[in-house]
Design a protein around this ligand. Structure first.
Ligand code: GDP
Length: 486
């Protein structure tokens, strides 16, 4: 199965070098006669603007296995799901993470020392069978979104925490948009049910308005009432995570060299550069030589989330590793190589490539801009116009959304990834960068840091104070009539 770079180039009618280059930026060094697996070929094709129809059976097999290739297919074993917790500030994300960890990990473990490495796993008994669930414990969707903006896909399911005494809030909406844009399934934890004034049903009502209809009302969204404080409902929540992810048959091949994603990294004064790696395929071992983005490493020691030294880490498990030459970025993918020299050379090439890209970006930004999209529309290449709308008040948000819906959408579909009141934030910019969207601000400002982020990531942020101008520009872009900018 699969096809060579040359075949793909021919099919897409693009130069072979374009494909090699594009793969290289993903950290895959390959020559034109080597074979690509289908998901990779598909990603490349889609980048070149070609939609690919994968026969359903194959699509099923490759859906959640971007880290896998053909050689893995006969060795696949189920792996634990990886979970991210999102939600509004103070709704209890940290408490929930701590509480799950404490009740599950401290039991029976001498000392019960907890080591914060950016992710942890818990054991869950499921009908007599021991299962695991892995949590990323950097709460908030900033980490999640910025990782996704860099192309990493680590989360199998997102838990949306909503406080039962406070209901749906701006960051709740934002989290829902982000999970949807990433196409990650969502489970709702209605938290603080121990509190006086908690109204779980009102929360469900508000979530239903966002399109998340609870199962008991005939919808598809699993909602679990919990109290992070008292520990109520945590068992059910864990069970639901397993239930929701079982359908996906998350799998990986433990019998090969590891690859995965950097979850966290920093410079430790005593230990040097330290990184937490989440293994997504294969098994990671002490002594392995690996490349994480532009950084080379040879694993000197590995520490798991319980603070124990370990010799190996199977798929879905996070470990902290020592032995890196530098600090990689969170969200960088890593890959182990049999040949250490090859790994060093690849890291070096990647470093140079990054330098060059940075230079290129500085001189000629490849931004997704409204006028750029307009040019694509003129060529008939634009199918979807992704937008993020931020406005001064909820009323404006609704007015703009309503008017956008009214625009004729024959050739080009308008897709509003998120519309919310408030400033344009760095998180909005990350979402835009990850989704190729343009940000429209109406009677609002840019939060500190958002401007710099937009420049860095090449995101077009347009500001308006009159609704019809905003609509004119969007319609103009859809019809390919917008003047190109400088
Ligand atoms: P985060 O900002 O979403 O991480 O929220 P925190 O976990 O920091 O919680 C915010 C506040 O809510 C803290 O004072 C917690 O003690 C409190 N809290 C969290 N979960 C519960 C709960 O289940 N019940 C009650 N009564 N308070 C909670």
């Amino acid at each position: 199965e699969g096809l060579t770079v040359r075949d793909l180039a021919e099919m897409l009618a693009v130069p072979e070098t374009e494909i090699v280059k594009s793969l290289f930026f993903k950290g895959i060094a390959i020559n034109v006669t080597q074979t690509l697996d289908l998901p990779t070929a598909q990603t490349i094709a889609e980048e070149m603007g070609v939609m690919v129809d994968v026969p359903e059976e194959q699509a099923e097999a490759t859906k959640t296995t971007e880290m896998l290739d053909d050689t893995d297919l006969e060795h696949l074993t189920l792996r634990p799901p990886v979970v991210t917790i999102m939600g509004h500030v103070d709704h209890g994300k940290t408490s929930l993470l701590d509480s799950i960890r404490k009740t599950r990990v401290a039991q029976g473990e001498a000392g019960g020392i907890t080591q914060h490495i950016g992710a942890y796993h818990v054991d869950v008994d499921r009908g007599g069978e021991q299962k695991q669930v892995v949590f990323l414990d950097t709460p908030g969707h900033e980490a999640f979104t910025s990782m996704r903006a860099r192309g990493a896909r680590v989360t199998d399911v997102a838990i949306l925490v909503v406080a039962a005494d406070d209901g749906v809030q701006p960051q709740t909406r934002e989290a829902v948009s982000h999970a949807r844009a990433a196409e990650v399934p969502l489970i709702v934890a209605i938290n603080k049910i121990d509190k006086e004034g908690s109204e779980p049903d009102r929360v469900k009502q508000e979530l239903a308005e966002l399109g998340l209809l609870p199962e008991e009302w005939g919808g598809e969204t699993v909602m679990v009432p919990v109290s992070a404080l008292r520990g109520d409902g945590l068992d059910t929540l864990l069970e639901m995570i397993l239930l929701v992810t079982e359908v996906e048959e998350l799998s990986a091949n433990p019998n090969r060299l590891a690859r995965g994603t950097v979850i966290e990294a920093n410079l430790d004064r005593a230990r040097g550069p330290v990184a937490t790696l989440l293994v997504q395929n294969g098994t990671l071992r002490v002594g392995d030589a690996f490349v994480a983005g532009p950084v080379f490493g040879k694993i000197r020691a590995m520490i798991d989330d319980r603070g124990d030294r370990v010799e190996s880490a199977p798929p879905s498990f996070p470990v902290e590793v020592l032995g890196l030459t530098d600090v990689p970025a969170a969200g960088d993918e890593f890959e182990v190589f049999a040949n250490e020299k090859e790994a060093r050379a690849l890291a070096e090439r990647c470093l140079q490539e990054q330098r060059q890209t940075r230079l290129q970006r500085a001189s000629r930004s490849r931004r997704v801009s409204l006028s750029g999209l307009s040019a694509q529309a003129q060529e008939g290449e634009l199918k979807e116009l992704n937008l993020i709308v931020k406005a001064d008040v909820q009323g404006s948000v609704e007015a703009i959304e309503g008017s956008l819906e009214q625009l004729p959408q024959n050739e080009v579909q308008v897709r509003v990834l998120m519309a919310a009141p408030g400033e344009v934030t760095e998180t909005d910019v990350d979402l835009a960068a990850a989704s190729g969207a343009v940000i429209l601000g109406f009677n609002t400002t840019l939060a500190s840091g958002a401007k710099a982020a937009a420049d860095r990531e090449g995101v077009d942020v347009r500001e308006y104070d009159v609704i019809y101008r905003l609509l004119d520009d969007v319609q103009g872009a859809m019809e390919g009539l917008l003047e190109p900018e400088e």
